[in-house]
Design a protein around this ligand. Sequence first.
Ligand code: GLY
Length: 379
Amino acid sequence: MIFVNSPDSWGRMLNRMEKIDLILKREEKLSEIFIGFGLIQFLVDDLKERPLGNRLGIITDTRVENLVGYRLHQQLTRAGIRADVIVIKPGEASKRWETVSRVFGELFEKGFDRKSGLIALGGGVVGDVTGFVASLYMRSIPCAQVPTTLLAQVDSSLGGKNGIDLSHGKNLLGTIYQPRRVYVDPSILESLSEDEFRNGLAEVVKSAVVRSRELFQLLEDCHDAISERQPKVLEEMVSRCCRIKSHVVMADENDTGFRRILNFGHTVGHAVEAYTNYRVPHGVAVSIGMAVETILSTRMGALSHEDNKRIINLLRRYDLPTRIPRGYDTEKILGLMVSDKKAEDGRIAIVLPTTIGDAVVRKAVPDESIREAFREVQA
Ligand code: GLY
């Protein structure tokens, strides 16, 4: 449409033109999440009964392929489900454009079409790459998540956030695209390394602090059983986290406000990861972040000393760090916090716990308050 006379005000223009509101009907059910100890044995039965697509692409990494990927592929083939395995390298370095571009190419060359489906079999990186690819390939194809790490089971496989990194920072490209199904089997966690398990526990503590006093209590009361990965308590813990995450995502799928409470520990945590060039694992960085943000919250008068002590003690009991290692340049970490995508107009937004089980997002926290909290947690 070409306007010969430019309108003198938007209001007057509105009276002259036609307006159509394109109202999108929201899907009633975004994702089905199944949680059960040993459910992986029934995965193929479910996929046979309720196909995800005319054929399946199992995206996994070299580590998981050896453990479960190969077996799953065999089982699917035996059940008459056409499936291909696409393998990526393990680790954060795979969360980049080169990886997704290669996966797009492989899918196309293998003949995957709009009726095909993808399965993410792995941890957070595999989940992100698969979700990202599924959301864009042929304008989107269905995908299911089969998380194999604690971190992915309690957080990253649920809620549809798919991010890849740019050299400028983490998760700077991404989509929000819900997996049709998430199959969470805590029995897979039995073979997880101690470090990987601890990495996920940081996200469990996070969920408890921001949303559930009961989960926090469970973590306090059942420390030994959780550390020994006893099946019953593991299932209970994972299931509580999945419920918390689902409620938060249902309330704010697009991450416009409420969902940001799940970033507790992450504003500082992401900066610590970037500062160390991602040599510090995500959970360890988030744990340091939770300690700083907890102290900040108490300093700002939002959290009692008693709850502060409980949070810090719980992190320590699970062998999660609560101090910034000696020699870290906290001014640089502060600078990275400003450039993080969670900052808005250069102002740092931080999640502050207000009690055990609740938190608020505080925008524009003064740098000086953050510096003081840093000083308190420096080793
Ligand atoms: N991992 C935080 C979120 O999904 O919002």
